[in-house]
Design a protein around this ligand. Structure first.
Ligand code: C5P
Length: 210
């Protein structure tokens, strides 16, 4: 079973994807980490974020097995990632690795922005997880503070809105729900309730396929 989970930053899609993968005992790929890794490689090498050929080279050299969430989850890397994610050559270079991961025997859970629309248009279950920008900024601020780092809610809110704008309006693979995606608004749901909702959708699909 291939499960595609899309949604904007801090919508809760990552937690939901991890929990579903654990429940179903199938592997999970957070595709945001792949874009973050490209941005991080450029920043670490002192290279600009706006050179498409350099960014595509970094994307082609990426090894999915070496994605380090503890390094890549930094808030600033998310913003840098959304800059390289607008580049078609970067997306093409990452697409093959993402699809190979999705099509492994036994299935997989992938989360990102374009999984249900571009990476896995034939996924068995598609979820589009969303929440208001204010709720997402509050969650992201609390998450940064809980790591012992400094965070300013208003700044995080501005960043979240800027990232939404970039992700929704880019020419290639913009953030948009697939026509056949189930929409899940987590603004007023805690993560456990949202997860239970997703589980019901997955179970229904499994029962229909039997
Ligand atoms: O999900 P995360 O916040 O880690 O993603 C970082 C950035 O990577 C996003 O803002 C988006 O620009 C990009 N991304 C994407 N397509 C995906 C996953 C992430 O464009 N499938």
């Amino acid at each position: 079973m291939i499960i595609a989970i899309d949604g904007p930053a801090a919508s809760g899609k990552g937690t939901m994807a991890r929990k579903l993968a654990t429940m179903l005992e199938i592997p999970h790929l957070d595709t945001g980490l792949t874009f973050r890794a490209v941005a991080h490689a450029l920043l670490r090498a002192g290279l600009p974020l706006d050179n498409e050929d350099l960014a595509a080279e970094a994307a082609a050299a990426l090894n999915l097995a070496s994605l380090d969430r503890s390094v890549l989850s930094a808030h600033e890397i998310g913003n840098a990632a959304s800059k390289v994610a607008v580049m078609p050559k970067v997306r093409t270079a990452l697409l093959e690795a993402q699809r190979t991961f999705a099509n492994r025997p036994g299935g997989a859970v992938l989360d990102g922005r374009d999984i249900g629309t571009v990476v896995c248009p034939d996924a068995d279950v598609k979820l589009f997880v969303t929440a208001s920008a204010k709720v997402r900024a509050r969650r992201r601020t609390d998450e940064i503070l809980s790591r012992g780092e400094a965070a300013d809610y208003e700044q995080v809110l501005a960043d979240v809105k800027q990232r939404d704008e970039r992700d929704q309006n880019r020419a290639v693979a913009p953030l948009v729900p697939a026509a056949d995606a189930h929409l899940l608004d987590t603004s007023k749901l805690d993560i456990e309730s949202a997860f239970q909702h997703a589980v019901r959708i997955v179970e229904e699909k499994k029962n229909r396929s039997l």
